[in-house]
Ligand binder design. Structure first.
Ligand SMILES: [Zn+2]
Length: 287
């Protein structure tokens, strides 16, 4: 059964480890992540962007698939199904479909509007036992033309939004979605320290977790990060493994064209990638 992410993240924050959010794109992705979590006795969060949900046929399809896999694969570790960067309407639709956790990303609204909308979402979600991640917008970052600095949040805005009753908070600390540029300045631990102080024991969320050096991940966890989002890295290893299979001509041998064979190396690559992240984040045997 799907659970809210509140309890697993509070536990992670107290225990100084982080739970990975791994974004899913299809059945293979979902199976690979769930099996890895079960094999390593780790809690896990399945992230679904609105675009990915649409690709898979809508929120109901995603909920049906995930619930079916939990049952069919005997998954007993805590699993949350979370909408990633949800819009106001998207977050509401995901809740209606049976998601157990949502992110409402109002970071592009003026701050007052972000606060007002986040508050409404929190009330609705909590009436159904669903956890809520909010995000505050960035300050600076590209003001000086330095793209490599990423987005940085204002600790006072983080404090204001954390007081709305949200369950965990995404705040920019120089992290970037997708592949990191060569000139990336690294995570801003000074700002993370301030956000951590301003928000009490709120679990913090690090987006763009693919490609951040290990020492930085560990330091971020020591400063209150309890959820780390990984997406790009799984996509890259899946593509690499699939490319290798085809370049080696394996799809032309025997029944190598069978999708269950064709996609198997990619699935194994995702499993390996997810396990490495769980080890790094410290979530193994924390289920
Ligand atoms: Zn994100």
């Amino acid at each position: 059964m799907l659970v809210s992410a509140k309890e697993m993240l509070n536990k992670a924050r107290q225990g100084k480890y982080a739970v990975g959010q791994f974004n899913i794109n299809n059945l293979e992705w979902t199976k690979a992540i769930l099996l890895t979590a079960q094999e390593n006795n780790s809690p896990v969060i399945l992230g679904v962007s609105e675009g990915a949900a649409k690709y898979m046929g809508g929120f109901d399809t995603v909920v049906g698939m995930v619930n079916g896999l939990l049952k069919g694969l005997n998954i007993t570790v805590p699993v949350a199904l979370h909408i990633d960067h949800g819009s106001y309407d998207g977050a509401i639709k995901a809740m209606e479909a049976g998601f157990s956790s949502i992110m409402f990303d109002g970071s592009h609204y003026p701050f007052e509007e972000n606060i007002a909308k986040t508050k409404e979402i929190v009330e609705l979600a909590h009436s159904k036992g669903i956890s809520v991640e909010a995000e505050v917008g960035s300050i600076g970052g590209e003001e000086d033309g330095v793209v490599g600095a990423g987005e940085v949040a204002d600790p006072q805005e983080c404090k204001a939004i954390s007081e709305l009753g949200i369950d965990f908070l995404a705040a920019g600390i120089g992290n970037i979605h997708g592949k990191y540029p060569e000139n990336w300045a690294g995570l801003n631990f000074e700002v993370l320290g301030k956000i951590n102080e301003a928000t009490g024991d709120m679990p913090l969320v690090l987006h763009g977790g693919s490609g951040i050096p290990e020492e930085m991940i560990k330091e971020a966890i020591s400063l209150g990060v309890a959820k780390i989002n990984v997406n790009t890295e799984c996509q890259v290893v899946f593509a690499e493994a699939t490319r290798k299979y085809i370049e080696e001509g394996k799809d032309l041998q025997g029944k190598g064209f069978d999708p269950r064979k064709l996609l198997a190396p990619g699935v194994d690559a995702i499993k390996e990638c997810v396990k490495e992240k769980m080890e790094l984040f410290g979530s193994i045997n924390q289920a």
